[in-house]
Design a protein around this ligand. Sequence first.
Ligand code: GYE
Length: 304
Amino acid sequence: CASDGGSGGGGGGDDLITVGFAQTGSESGWRSANTESLKTALSEENGFKLVFNAADNKQEAQIAAVRSFINQGVDAIVIAPITVDGWDDVLTEAKDAGIPVILEDRTVSASDDLYASWVGLDFEKEGETAGTWVKDNFDGQAQNLVVLEGTTGSSAALDRATGFDKAIEGTDINVLDSQTGDFTRDGGKKVMEGFLQKYGNQINILFAHNDDMGLGALDAITAAGLVPGQDIKIVTIDAVHDGMQALADGKFNYIVECNPLLGEKVADLVKKVVAGDSVEKREIVPDQSFDQDQAKEALPTRPY
Ligand code: GYE
């Protein structure tokens, strides 16, 4: 029998804001923390009805999800865009339908008239911080470095590469190779195995665009009879729990943080744009970085 009142069944309570969230997928520890943060902030208790979609890192699937949100007539759409390019058409469709779009995490190349706001991280600065650590510690030692890149065409991978390259420019650090591991542990492991086969013990430093690829690479390095953190120095980005544990254990050497806890900021933006209030076009959330001792100290109180 029909219930009356309370949390409302199916149809969505009249005062709940219906939000479609098009997530990239579930490629990494960072992504899990980001998804959880948004799900918590966009909960019914907070006044939202969330329609969640994870696209398995396939941009066509993510665009299809956004289209389906438009067809469902949601009140607002949140996107963590997998790639930078390819968004003009669907963002125009959302705009024409009068549905505001909030971008979180990564950026897009489309005109900023097509979305209400973006909240995320300064990926170029993260890459630059990682590169500066390499420069400060290894310039003048003719070290060989390999890179595990994030998802091809994602702003996180593109901007981290730009920042890193800028920081090591003019040093004698030699970049032997740079390939995508798609931000996954599996990808990091496979690509690192290939690097080790090709370059043997020539590799002195690994820069991984995220912790998960670095964690995957640990297996490959150990299997090759090398000691991670010593024979191969490792710098990564994210500072999720397993990465911080590897750093505290001496297997990683440095991590630049990338904060995934964007849920409350996103929820606040959604409320404002739906109410017709004006919002900032861009908001950058600050990051820190950790060496091994700082990781030991920070680990017990890290929220993710
Ligand atoms: O660093 C990585 C994730 O876009 C910042 O995506 C995000 C990146 C993050 O898969 O772990």
